[in-house]
Design a protein around this ligand. Structure first.
Ligand code: ZN
Length: 408
């Protein structure tokens, strides 16, 4: 009896040892381990994605319905893959069709090039990409050198990245930061003022610049980072800009949407850029969204205290659909502005208005000359695909162009 027990114990030990050996062997050889997918991080988003065959992942991005309409927005994706080293990986995303302002929204094209990174800082484009316009699917493949990789529709600009940018600039003598209000999820709407306080403000022009109402248009974060970095720099043209201009900048208009990687909506699933007329002409959509309400409150107080705003610019993106930087304005405003930008970066003037937009509200309710930039997340015409450095250059070019415009 005793020897039978020893024999059984020995069999159990040998069996466990065998299992253990087998599992450590498979962990040591990454090519046999399944690829895992995650998006539970700042700005991350994917609805469904799984490895249906070794090295082949299939799924689709998150579709979200707008609270006040039937619009369906879907295009932003940003996920992490693990166990990827030295594998040739193919990813096929389907369901790439939605609706915008009641019409079809097909933002993917054959020119779409997603980005990837091994550190969430340095991004490269994926070049082997096919778009199927009949099936609304995008298939892309790449061999990754690292065992973990982040992949996104375009360069992400996360909420923590935006917050770290503001913290890093906070010590500058030319910068003041105030909080205008908070979002539904208690994130701050920050207003940054850049100017040289040694010169009285009543001798300066005032420029109001905003971005990231639509989270999927993350390139706006880099444009504003480039603008702020230049304005706070030792460059002699930055000193001129600070002496002649008060810059009022909101770098993240939709922090909840940015954090959750929501393509176009805020935390309440509303498109902020259709909400700016709610308490003016479009009372059907009341109450005003918290992001809009706090900024409008500030604008009204600013104007009622007798101060002016000489120029308003809201930075957006056409995603990877666009192939030119555009400046849209209502009522043919600012027709003479783009030649000044064009000394530093290419922008085409295309008058166009959007009801309920911030641009429309600044122009019609507050009588501020204003425009909306649309900056591609792909490339300009057939030139090289845009990089983060290009967006920084655009930000600097906005400041230089504005100084020239006011000096004309
Ligand atoms: Zn937009």
């Amino acid at each position: 009896m005793y020897s039978i027990r020893i024999l059984l114990l020995a069999i159990i030990i040998i069996t466990f040892a065998g299992i253990h050996c087998k599992s450590s062997k498979s962990q040591g050889n990454t090519s046999t381990v399944s690829i895992t997918v995650s998006s539970n991080f700042d700005s991350g988003s994917i609805d469904t994605l799984w490895e249906s065959q070794p090295g082949f992942l299939t799924g689709w991005p998150k579709h979200r319905k707008q609270k006040s309409s039937s619009d369906d927005q879907y295009y932003w994706f940003y996920f992490k893959l693990d166990h990827t080293a030295h594998k040739n990986i193919t990813i096929k995303l389907d369901r790439l069709a939605g609706t915008y302002r009641g019409g079809p929204h097909l933002i993917y094209t054959k020119s779409t090039r997603p980005v990837y990174s091994y550190d969430q800082k340095n991004w490269q484009r994926i070049s082997d990409v096919q778009y199927d316009p009949e099936q609304h699917s995008l298939t892309f493949r790449n061999t990754f050198t690292s065992d973990s990789v982040w992949i996104a529709y375009a360069h992400p600009f996360s909420y923590s990245q935006g917050s770290a940018m503001i913290d890093a600039m906070a010590g500058s003598p030319f910068l003041t930061i105030e909080t205008l209000g908070t979002t539904q999820q208690a994130r701050n709407i920050n207003l940054l003022t850049v100017t040289d306080t040694a010169i009285p403000d009543d001798k300066k022009k005032v420029v109001f610049i905003t971005t990231l109402q639509h989270a999927g248009e993350y390139c706006g974060g880099y444009v504003v980072e480039g603008l702020l970095t230049f304005l706070l720099s030792d460059d002699e043209n930055a000193a001129i800009a600070r002496k002649t201009t008060v810059y009022k900048i909101i770098p993240m208009m939709n922090p909840d949407g940015i954090f959750h990687g929501i393509t176009r909506f805020n935390g309440n699933l509303e498109d902020l850029n259709q909400e700016w007329d709610d308490d003016y002409t479009d009372t059907l959509h009341l109450p005003v969204e918290p992001e809009v309400a706090c900024v409008k409150k500030w604008l009204r107080e600013w104007k009622s205290s007798g101060k002016n705003i000489d120029l308003g610019l809201d930075i957006h993106s056409q995603g990877q659909q666009g192939s030119m930087n555009l400046l849209h304005t209502p009522e043919g405003m600012l027709a003479d502005l783009t030649p000044h930008f064009n000394k530093y970066w290419p922008v085409k003037y295309v008058p166009m208005e959007f009801s309920g937009s911030l641009n429309d509200c600044l122009a019609k309710e507050f009588h501020i000359p204003s425009g909306t930039f649309e900056i591609p997340q792909s490339r300009i015409k057939n030139e090289a695909y845009l990089t983060i450095d290009d967006y920084y250059t655009y930000g600097k070019g906005i400041a230089l162009g504005i100084t020239d415009y006011f000096r004309r």
